[in-house]
Design a protein around this ligand. Structure first.
Ligand SMILES: *Cc1c(COP(=O)(O)O)cnc(C)c1O
Length: 233
């Protein structure tokens, strides 16, 4: 493989600096060191750059497009079996089994058809794929996620009726709004349902999310730099 020392050190330095910020926010919030996981969102990022972070020791990544995940990750996972791959994009029922075949965690379960399709997939039953329910905290029509008012019922239904291992909740506050009330809503839901994982906070607001209890922050731009073109959410 061609060596790219400049790009490699640039990327590793950005990654280290995000980790340092996360550890500082944990301290300020009085949380245990290491209680927050950095999920490096690698959508639009070339496999060589992902590999740079894998070599540096990073393990947890996320993608938001099924095809892109299928193109990039089988090879990376074969070389780095300890990596954890999370899917954070819009899920279609007819792609649910494909996603479950590759991802270790699916963060965007948001409606009954998708939950049923996941429950039917062998991978969910035979492998330990963890699921998070995505909540559309700002009730924005263009975003995925179940309506906040339906979230308690939906989570209980997934667990009790379908027997799915829902281990947490995920959400994305509206752009340009104060994220704090939305983070608070997600946290209260997670606490009420007694779940382990609280996935919230992105490049612009992950420190605030850590103060409000996030266990996983999903950070793309701050780690990898600006994406060329907007790949959406
Ligand atoms: C792209 C994306 C992120 C990361 O966004 P940044 O602002 O680049 O940190 C987080 N979560 C989801 C669901 C995404 O699609």
């Amino acid at each position: 493989m061609p060596a790219q020392p400049a790009a490699t050190s640039w990327l590793a330095a950005r990654w280290q600096s995000v980790l340092t910020t996360i550890r500082a926010a944990e301290r300020e919030a009085g949380r245990d060191p290491g209680s927050v996981s950095l999920v490096a969102v690698s959508k639009g990022v070339a496999p060589q750059s992902i590999e740079t972070l894998l070599v540096a020791g990073h393990r947890v990544f996320a993608e938001n497009r099924v095809q892109e995940m299928q193109a990039k990750w089988p090879t990376l996972l074969a070389s780095y079996p300890a990596a954890e791959l999370r899917f954070v994009g819009r899920l279609q029922s007819n792609k649910a089994a494909d996603v479950a075949r590759l991802a270790h965690v699916i963060e965007s379960v948001d409606r009954e058809s998708v939950a049923r399709a996941l429950a039917r997939s062998i991978e969910i039953r035979n492998r330990s794929v963890r699921l998070l329910v995505q909540v559309n905290v700002g009730e924005e029509p263009q975003k995925g996620g179940c309506p906040p008012a339906d979230a308690d019922r939906f989570i209980a239904w997934c667990r009790e009726d379908l027997g799915l291992a829902v281990s947490g909740v995920m959400g994305i506050p509206p752009r340009d709004a104060d994220p704090v009330p939305y983070f608070g809503l997600l946290r209260a839901l997670r606490d009420r349902r007694g779940l382990a994982e609280l996935s919230m906070g992105m490049s612009a607001d992950y420190e605030a999310a850590i103060h409000l209890g996030a266990t996983h922050v999903r950070v793309g731009t701050a780690v990898f730099g600006p994406r060329s073109g907007t790949k959406g959410m």
